[in-house]
Design a protein around this ligand. Structure first.
Ligand code: KE4
Length: 430
């Protein structure tokens, strides 16, 4: 496959936009080639500037569970745009989408819409601090919650030492209020909260991690989260920006049977337009301005086009219930690629929940950042480039999840497994 027009576009973009991209995740930095510039998308396909059709397993990093340019979503947006694009006023659309989110996720009694997952998690943390009057928060290694300062923090030097900035521009003053612990380590969490639990406003976690690659919270870890919540009055902030409406219509919290105080959402609830949300128990959410003192605002929050795309997407998910189909197709993809790797003696560990999965290039198991980071990222980069040349668009990092959409069909799965098989056969000989 030829990608020269994307490379030319990338060279031009780098003159005007830092790194040539508006988000580093799409820069292909970890896979050793230029990013593709996409002209349009439909169903399971992306179409790049060079006219290549690529089977898309990113789906805009999660939102496109129905596939691209779903006719009903497109039609709803074409109708909505005739009414204008933004009013800066309340609209019924926001109430309707709020009612849908509340109906789907029992732990959410009220919800506030914002414009990104970052805004959702940033606001959720401020709310937890405002509600409890405490300053500290806890996050976990390998979990990503967007780029708010207090979340761009690496683990401190010692267990009880609070975090250190992991980006220039984040101050020690900010990061000292964030404690970073190993994910899926119940003992460490319980032990550390014994010392500092009473200072902690909230614990934010991905219930099924997408951002170190796919890793699921263990029952023991979920039990420890529930325990420290009860023992120390810490709020649980379940970050379902990626998993919300992805792994189940009722979220990962339904699968893991965990009852958070605050849930953050994004991606699918915007149907591909910029929407984030945070929601939770009424007594907590009422603390948000103007019903309460915790400040949060946004010019385009609840934008009518974004609400329309989100509403239509959730309506289609409710009406068609694609989850059994997604499970069947995703299981076939995971098993087929795992079988091909085994046949060619390529070390591969597959973690999957529903239509979200990661192929780790290692024997496994992968259950936290330390084990995920043992993956052979060079082998993954080679696999990614070879898949791309076969017209298959996988995540451009070993430490991301891939997604199957309701627009994928058996033939796409078969083509992808066959491509992986041919690549593994070549890799074995190297
Ligand atoms: P955004 O600010 O990118 O909308 O959402 C931040 C966020 C929060 N929480 C979770 C669990 C997330 O996965 C994300 C964003 N996910 C990444 C992909 N791993 C977005 C891709 C990108 O940054 O371009």
């Amino acid at each position: 496959m030829e990608f020269s027009r994307s490379s030319q576009a990338f060279a031009e973009a780098q003159h005007w936009i830092p790194g040539g991209v508006d988000s580093p995740a799409r820069a292909f930095g970890a896979v050793g080639c230029d990013p593709l510039f996409i002209e349009r998308a439909a169903g399971a396909y992306l179409y790049d500037l060079d006219g290549n059709a690529l089977i898309d397993y990113i789906g805009s990093w999660g939102p496109m569970i129905l596939g691209h340019a779903h006719p009903e979503v497109t039609a709803a947006l074409e109708k909505a745009i005739q009414q204008g694009t933004s009013y800066g006023t309340p609209t019924l659309l926001e109430t309707r989408l709020a009612q849908k989110v509340v109906a789907a996720i029992p732990s959410i009694e009220m919800v506030r819409f914002v414009n990104s997952g970052t805004e959702a998690t940033m606001s959720a943390i401020r709310l937890a601090r405002g509600f409890t009057g405490r300053n500290k928060i806890v996050k976990f290694e390998g979990n990503y919650h967007g780029h708010a300062d207090s979340l761009l923090v690496a683990a401190g030097s010692a267990a009880a030492t609070f975090g250190v900035p992991n980006s220039p521009g984040v101050t020690p003053g900010t990061s000292q209020d964030t404690l970073v612990l190993p994910y899926n380590n119940a003992e460490k969490l319980l032990q550390t909260m014994e010392d500092v639990g009473k200072e902690v406003a909230g614990i934010i976690f991905e219930p099924i991690v997408g951002n170190m690659g796919c890793v699921v919270a263990t029952e023991e870890f979920c039990a420890a989260l529930r325990e420290v919540r009860e023992l120390y009055g810490i709020l649980l902030i379940c970050d379902e920006v990626m998993t919300g409406f992805r792994v189940d219509y009722r979220g990962a919290q339904h699968l893991l049977k965990i009852q958070p105080d605050i849930t953050t959402l994004g991606k699918i609830i915007g149907g591909g337009l910029p929407v984030g949300a945070y929601g939770g128990l009424r007594e907590i959410m009422r603390q948000i301005l103007p019903s309460g003192p915790v400040f949060q605002a946004g010019t385009l929050s609840g934008n009518p086009l974004a609400m329309t795309a989100g509403l239509c997407t959730l309506e289609i998910l409710e009406k068609t219930n694609p989850y059994p189909y997604l499970e069947q197709l995703s299981a076939e993809l995971a098993a087929g690629i795992a079988q091909a790797a085994k046949k060619h003696n390529i070390p591969l560990c597959v973690n999957r929940v529903g239509s979200m999965m990661t192929f780790f290039f290692q024997e496994g198991p992968v259950y936290d950042w330390e084990t995920a980071s043992r993956s052979d990222t060079r082998a993954y980069a080679h696999f990614f480039r070879e898949m791309l040349h076969r017209g298959i668009y996988f995540p451009c990092s070993q430490f991301e999840a891939l997604f199957v959409s309701a627009a994928h069909r058996e033939e796409h799965i078969r083509e992808t497994i066959h491509a992986a098989d041919t690549i593994f056969a070549e890799m074995k000989t190297k």
